[in-house]
Ligand binder design. Structure first.
Ligand SMILES: [Zn+2]
Length: 223
């Protein structure tokens, strides 16, 4: 039997079970609930836990080098780091070349660089897709949010998490199309998805691929 790594008791009313992105199994339970009820609940959910763990472990091993900052993603490709006598960060032959002056704070320098690239690349791509879809946002900014790839508000302001550019181009386009469709439908109703699928018939498959990259939202978090 798979047992929880953490049981968190608080004055909530219901039981919940989560398999975290790092593979920890977490149960949240009401303060006075008996251990027996919790154990039975976990026992009933064994298959579900196994399935979730298999997915998480597959992702953890597939992207182990990325999660541990040994390699770095850009447009879905892996880059290694090279510290060299250059003036600013540049890419060359699947290497990100970092100036020596950043040696003490490589991840910090990389994060600012990624954000600059994101601003440039995503605003260009947004412009291109807007023209094709005949939709128009009012502004675009780059964010560092913990849970979202993008947002769109009712005044037509769109934001994109800079980490979007770590993913393959098809996923980048999907995130842009998704937020643009919110200019028409400010929700995730059937009408909204119909619109997304009309513009991007391949979106159901891309949505699945995007799930794989959820762990990226935790990257560079404490940098
Ligand atoms: Zn949405």
């Amino acid at each position: 039997m798979i047992t929880p790594d953490y049981i968190e008791r608080s004055n909530r009313k219901t039981l919940s079970l989560t398999v975290m992105k790092d593979g920890n199994v977490v149960v949240k339970a009401p303060l006075k609930m008996s251990d027996e009820i919790i154990n039975n609940f976990v026992l009933e959910k064994q298959n579900w836990i196994k399935e979730k763990l298999a997915f998480v472990n597959q992702m953890l091993s597939k992207y182990d080098d990325i999660a541990n900052y040994k390699k770095f993603l850009l447009y879905g490709n892996r880059y290694s780091l090279l510290i060299a006598d250059v003036k600013k960060i540049e890419t060359n032959d699947f290497k990100i070349v970092i100036p020596k002056k950043y040696e003490g704070n490589i991840l910090g320098a990389l994060k600012s660089w990624y954000k600059q690239v994101a601003k440039h690349v995503l605003s260009d791509r947004l412009k291109y897709i807007q023209e094709k879809l005949k939709l128009k946002s009012n502004s675009m900014r780059i964010s560092d949010q913990a849970k979202r790839w993008g947002t769109c508000n009712s005044s037509g302001a769109i934001s994109f998490n800079w980490r979007v550019i770590l993913m393959p181009p098809a996923i980048i386009d999907y995130v842009i199309v998704h937020e643009l469709c919110h200019l028409v439908e400010m929700n995730h109703s059937k009408k909204f998805w119909d619109l997304v699928y009309r513009f991007l018939p391949n979106a159901p498959k891309i949505k699945k691929d995007l799930k794989e990259f959820g762990f990226l939202l935790d990257l560079f978090r404490k940098v």
